[in-house]
Design a protein around this ligand. Structure first.
Ligand SMILES: NC(=O)c1ccc[n+]([C@@H]2O[C@H](COP(=O)([O-])OP(=O)(O)OC[C@H]3O[C@@H](n4cnc5c(N)ncnc54)[C@H](OP(=O)(O)O)[C@@H]3O)[C@@H](O)[C@H]2O)c1
Length: 337
C-alpha cells in the first residue's frame, strides 16, 4: 500500500512510501481508508513538539480516518466487510474513567494512523459512521467533534438557555458552536478576524468578540452577561489567557480545558479562582461510548461538519500547510476512491 510516513521531524520528512499492506490479527479489522482529517496535534507531531519522545520513526500519522472494512481478523463478530467505520483516537478508552496508559494507545502517534491506503483498527474500538455523512464529512469527527461533545455534553451537561464561550474558529471551536447552538445554548465566539466572526455567526453564535481588537475580552463577556459570566468555556488557548477565562465564567461555572494554543503552561491567579469557585476540568477527547452517542445525535440533528478544503492523497503536505494558515473549517485529505 501507499502510506505517508514521518521519517524525521519536519514537514519535509513526511514522505510517501510503499509499505506492506497489514493483515488483521485476532480482534482486528483492516480498513480501506477513504478520507482523513487534520487536527492541530497532527501538525504538532510533525513539528516535533507533541510528545516527541513517544513518536516512533516511520510513523504513519493522523488519527481521524473514515473508511470501509476490507477484511476482518479471526474472532471478529462486530463488523463485516463493506461496513463504514471511523477510527477512535483513544483506541482503548471505551467508557468510564480513563486509565493512566490511555495516551499509549492514541492512533496517529504513537500508534500508526490513517494517512495510508489501509489501516488496522481494533474491532472493539472502531465506530460506525453516521449515515447522514459522507466519508469526507465523517472523517472530521473523531477528535474535534468528540472533544466539543465531551466538554459540553458528557462532562458539561449543557442545558438549553445556558451560555457557552468558544475561543477562535478552529476545529474544536466550530463543532462547539454547532453543538451548543443545536442544544439551545447562547454562544459567545471570539476570533482574530471579523470576517470569520461573520461566518461563525451564520453557524449560530449570537455574540461576537474580536480578541485582537478587544484584548480584554473577559470584560466584554461580563458586559454581555450582565456581569454574571458565561456558564461554560471551551478553553482551547490556556497560557496567560486562562485567567481571563476564569474572569469570564459565572460563579461555580465550568471551564473545559481542551487546548494549549497560548502555551502548555498557565500562570493561574489562584484567588479569583477560589472566590468564583469555577471548576476547570481537563479534557482528553473522549471515550467510545460518548462517540457512539454523539454520532446518533448527529444523525438526528442532520448536523454537517464545516469543511475548509479537501486535498488529494498526493497533496497531503499541502494540507498540513493549509492548517497553518488558519482555515475556517476542517482540512480533509481524500485517500481512496
Ligand atoms: N484535549 C483534547 O482532547 C484536545 C482535542 C482537540 C484539540 N485539542 C487542542 O485544542 C487546541 C485547538 O485545537 P484545534 O484542532 O481546534 O485547532 P485549530 O483548528 O488549529 O485552531 C486554530 C484556530 O485557533 C484560534 N486561535 C489561535 N490562537 C488563539 C488565541 N490566542 N486566542 C483565541 N483563539 C486562538 C485561531 O482562530 P481565529 O483564526 O478565529 O482567530 C486559529 O485559527 C489545540 O491546542 C489542540 O492541541 C485538545
Amino acid at each position: 500500500m501507499r502510506a505517508w510516513q514521518l521519517e524525521d521531524f519536519g514537514l519535509d520528512n513526511l514522505r510517501l512510501a510503499e509499505r506492506p499492506t497489514p493483515r488483521p490479527k485476532r480482534g482486528e479489522i483492516l480498513v480501506k481508508v477513504s478520507a482523513v482529517s487534520l487536527n492541530y496535534r497532527d501538525k504538532a507531531i510533525v513539528d516535533g513538539v507533541y510528545d516527541p519522545e513517544k513518536m516512533p520513526k516511520y510513523l504513519i500519522p493522523v488519527n481521524d480516518a473514515a473508511g470501509v472494512v476490507a477484511e476482518v481478523g479471526p474472532g471478529v463478530t462486530e463488523w463485516q466487510v463493506g461496513d463504514r467505520v471511523l477510527s477512535h483516537f483513544y483506541s482503548h478508552w471505551l467508557d468510564g474513567a480513563p486509565a493512566r496508559d490511555e495516551p499509549d494507545w492514541q492512533l496517529g502517534g504513537p500508534l500508526d494512523g490513517g494517512l495510508a491506503e489501509y489501516m488496522i483498527l481494533e474491532a472493539k474500538s472502531a465506530v460506525p459512521t453516521p449515515a447522514n455523512l459522507t466519508d469526507e464529512q465523517a472523517s472530521t469527527l473523531p477528535i474535534a467533534a468528540l472533544t466539543a461533545w465531551f466538554a459540553l455534553v458528557e462532562y458539561g451537561k449543557l442545558q438549553p438557555g445556558e451560555s457557552v464561550l468558544v475561543q477562535g474558529t478552529g476545529g474544536v471551536s466550530l463543532f462547539s458552536v454547532q453543538i451548543a447552538t443545536a442544544l439551545g445554548a447562547r454562544v459567545v465566539a471570539t476570533s482574530s478576524s471579523d470576517e470569520k466572526l461573520r461566518r461563525v455567526a451564520a453557524l449560530g453564535a449570537s455574540d461576537l468578540i474580536n480578541y485582537r481588537t478587544t484584548p480584554n475580552w473577559a470584560d466584554h463577556v461580563l458586559d454581555l452577561t450582565n456581569g454574571r459570566g458565561v456558564d461554560h468555556v471551551v478553553e482551547v488557548v490556556a497560557g496567560e489567557g486562562l485567567n481571563q477565562s476564569v474572569r469570564a465564567t459565572k460563579a461555580a461555572g465550568h471551564i473545559a480545558l481542551v487546548g494549549f494554543l497560548g502555551g502548555q503552561t498557565a500562570p493561574l491567579n489562584v484567588m479569583p479562582l477560589l472566590y468564583s469557585q469555577v471548576a476547570i476540568r481537563g479534557i482528553a477527547v473522549g471515550h467510545r461510548r460518548a462517540f457512539l452517542e454523539m454520532n446518533r445525535w448527529i444523525e438526528q440533528q442532520h448536523l454537517e461538519p464545516v469543511i475548509d478544503s479537501v486535498f488529494s492523497f498526493e497533496e497531503s503536505r499541502r494540507a498540513y500547510e493549509r492548517l497553518e494558515q488558519g482555515p475556517f473549517g476542517k482540512i480533509v485529505i481524500r485517500v481512496g476512491d
